[in-house]
Every structure is written in structure tokens, then in C-alpha cells.
Design a protein around this ligand. Structure first.
Ligand code: SAM
Length: 218
């Protein structure tokens, strides 16, 4: 796998346009089950400092949060929302389809930024990309902060936790979709809905992941 050259060409060559199982309304460029991209790139791309292609999968937390937004449109209608760690962009795209006025999407992986642009195009919505690490910055002027599956790794998880607490302190509503990953700050969260999310066995070691959507307590 090479990521050299045009990231759009790389994405189109390695994915197929399809729908994540829990959110069939969306069209996303996703890797297939048993797709070699993940394994190959994890080993090979790590050597050149490129992260694994998180953007090529609709993670359990993101699928649940996207489902929640589409089923509870009042949560997001007319809001300015930020999708943090957007990956494929599925949460931000769902927010836009559910009636958000403006959707910002923050990502640090440049291939993910290209993937989410393709995915936004495929769903005829607009995402305003923030292509840098904003976790040490004050939260932008938003109504709603959306976090899909970001508590899987210690360093990122504690920075995200501090960030969402600062956002909540600034009066921003925070929604988290998560399948109970190790670093989820569960004691600070109130569950709003639970889903059984079909996921890629290759990545999760199971086919269905129980996943909840939470709101950060004040
Ligand atoms: C497990 S994926 C989840 C993607 C998407 N939200 C979903 O649920 O499918 C986590 C994503 O967070 C991104 N990420 C990690 N640290 C980040 C940071 N500090 N700022 C923005 N994005 C970050 C990664 O590049 C990756 O795409």
C-alpha cells in the first residue's frame, strides 16, 4: 500500500461506496470485510509514520451516534456542531443530514480529511474541515460537540476527556458514541440510547458491538 500522490485516488482505489449497517441512509467510501488495507497499512505505513486507515471503517461509536442524530433530529437541528476525530466523517454527515446549520469536522490524518471530503460529496452535504489537533485549544463557538469512538487509546482519550469537560464548562452540549472502550469516562456520562452495532469482525473480534450514546453531565 502506498499513500504517495493523490489521496483521493488512493481512497477510491481501496474502498467501495456503501452504507454502514446501522446508518443505511449514508453513503461512505469504506473498506470491505477482510480488506487487506488495514493489515498491510498498519505494518507498512507505520514504518513511514502514516497512521492506520481509521477513515476506511465506520466505527461502532460513530455509527451509534450517527443513528441517534438521525432519529433525534431536534438535538441537532439548526445547531453548529463539531465532529471531533471525524474519520470517515459519518457523524458530521449525519448531523448535516439531520438539519445542523453548520458542521465542523476535526481530524489530524490528512488521508481521512480527503476521505471525509469525498464522503461529504457523496451525501451532498458540507463539512468545514479543521485539519489540525485542536485538543489544547479552547473549544470553538459551537452548540454541540460530537465524539464518535475516541476513547480507545490512553493519551488521546485523556486529552479528549479534558477537552469535552472544557466544552461542557463553556455551555456546549457534548454527545459521545462509544462501545465501552477502555478509557471511556463512564462516570461522567449519562446513557441516552443503546444500540447493537454490526462491525467488522477483523477489527473488533466480534460481529455485533453493544454501543451507547451518552451525554456528558454538567
Ligand atoms: C476510531 S476513529 C473514529 C472515527 C469516526 N468518528 C467513527 O466513529 O467512525 C478515531 C479517529 O480520530 C482521529 N484522531 C485521533 N486523534 C485526534 C486528534 N487529536 N484530533 C482529531 N482527530 C483525532 C483519528 O485520526 C481517527 O480517524
Amino acid at each position: 500500500v502506498s499513500e504517495g500522490g493523490d489521496p483521493r485516488a488512493f481512497i477510491l482505489a481501496n474502498t467501495r461506496l456503501g452504507a454502514p449497517p446501522l446508518v443505511p441512509e449514508l453513503a461512505l467510501h469504506l473498506a470491505d470485510e477482510a480488506f487487506p488495507l488495514w493489515h498491510e497499512s498498519e505494518a507498512e505505513l507505520a514504518a513511514v509514520g502514516v497512521p492506520p486507515p481509521y477513515w476506511a471503517f465506520a466505527w461502532a461509536g460513530g455509527q451509534a451516534l450517527a443513528r441517534y442524530l438521525l432519529d433525534h433530529r431536534g438535538t441537532v437541528r439548526d445547531a453548529t456542531a463539531l465532529d471531533l476525530g471525524a474519520g470517515s466523517g459519518l457523524v458530521g454527515i449525519a448531523a448535516a443530514l439531520a438539519g445542523a446549520r453548520t458542521v465542523l469536522a476535526a481530524e489530524i490524518d490528512r488521508i481521512a480529511l480527503a476521505a471525509m471530503a469525498l464522503n461529504a460529496e457523496a451525501n451532498a452535504v458540507r463539512l468545514e474541515q479543521i485539519g489540525r489537533d485542536i485538543l489544547d485549544e479552547p473549544p470553538p463557538d459551537i452548540d454541540l460537540l460530537l465524539v464518535g469512538d475516541l476513547f480507545y487509546e490512553h493519551e488521546t482519550a485523556w486529552r479528549v476527556e479534558a477537552y469535552i469537560e472544557r466544552a461542557r464548562g463553556a455551555g456546549i452540549e457534548v454527545l459521545v458514541g462509544d462501545p465501552g472502550r477502555h478509557y471511556l469516562p463512564a462516570e461522567r456520562l449519562e446513557a441516552l440510547a443503546e444500540y447493537r452495532v454490526p462491525v467488522t469482525r477483523e477489527l473488533e473480534d466480534q460481529e455485533i458491538k453493544r454501543t451507547a450514546v451518552y451525554r456528558l453531565l454538567g
